[in-house]
Design a protein around this ligand. Structure first.
Ligand code: NDP
Length: 234
């Protein structure tokens, strides 16, 4: 069955891999893009998650093009790493505003339609390192673990209407986000991974696709690590 899917930050990295995986299944897929151009072959809508008006317009455009959103993937995210004593309020708040408030804002919009339809799938991109704690990432870890409280409260608010909410917690995945790290940092991170390699965007997309699929109907409130062993036992 073809469903209306919307993925924020879908023009590159994990979001694009998720979009392509779900489009390959026959879903009607829209990707939110903030800068640049939408990816070839996918319906793109401008969506800046820190801007309520942009979010409202994006969901409206998606509904007009392919119907109300039935599957929502909150993927857009940023890092602004630095040790806490050097992190000013603005840098802390910028990450919280995108990675936590932006998710709340988009999920709230998505959930309204799902409640009316009495079904839906919501998947949030969290982070295994966020749960473990990571030096230089007080802002990022606070936001990414904050998603758990958000999700599990929503499980209660939306469950009776057939809407599931789950977290995917990638470990260290080869995307632009990790390519900016120095070779030394990449090598030390690889040492922390039992499988001794970074994951691929497609390996994360496969898990999101499962959680967003019909067959995951009884999975809600879960945190699924995709970390090559990082995050096991969470
Ligand atoms: P990328 O940096 O490759 O891509 C991030 C995407 O988010 C881009 O499309 C970017 O848009 C978009 N984005 C950023 N800020 C905003 C905003 N304010 N409004 C709308 N879109 C925005 O990251 P990844 O693909 O690696 O990461 C995707 C998600 O997975 C993130 O939430 C990240 O935290 C999470 N994650 C990633 C891991 C990794 O190792 N890569 C590990 C754990 C979690 P633009 O192109 O305009 O910048």
């Amino acid at each position: 069955m073809s469903r209306s899917v919307f993925i924020t930050g879908g023009n590159r990295g994990l979001g694009l891999a998720i979009a392509r995986a779900m489009a390959a299944d026959g879903d009607r897929v829209a990707v939110g893009y903030r800068t640049g151009e939408p990816p070839e072959g996918l319906f793109g809508v401008r969506c800046e998650v820190t801007d309520p008006e942009s979010v409202a317009q994006a969901f409206k455009a998606v509904a007009e093009e392919q119907g109300a959103v039935e599957v929502f993937v909150a993927n857009a995210g940023i890092t602004r790493d630095t040790l806490m004593l050097r992190m000013d309020d603005a840098v802390f708040e910028e990450v919280l505003e995108t990675n936590l408030v932006g998710v709340f804002r988009t999920v709230r919009t998505a959930a309204a339609g799902m409640l009316a339809a009495r079904r839906g799938r919501i998947v949030l991109l969290s982070s295994a390192l966020g749960f473990l704690g990571s030096p230089g990432q007080t802002n990022y870890a606070a936001a990414k673990t904050g998603l758990l409280g958000l999700a599990r409260s929503l499980v209660w608010e939306l469950g009776a209407r057939g809407v599931t909410v789950n977290l995917v917690a990638p470990g260290i995945i080869d995307t632009d986000m990790t390519r900016v790290l120095s070779d030394k940092r990449q090598a030390s991170l690889t040492e922390m991974i039992p499988l001794r390699r970074f994951g691929s965007a497609d390996e994360v997309a496969a898990v999101v696709r499962f959680l967003a699929g019909e067959s995951a109907g009884y999975v809600t409130g879960a945190v699924v690590p995709v970390g090559g062993g990082i995050g096991m036992g969470m």
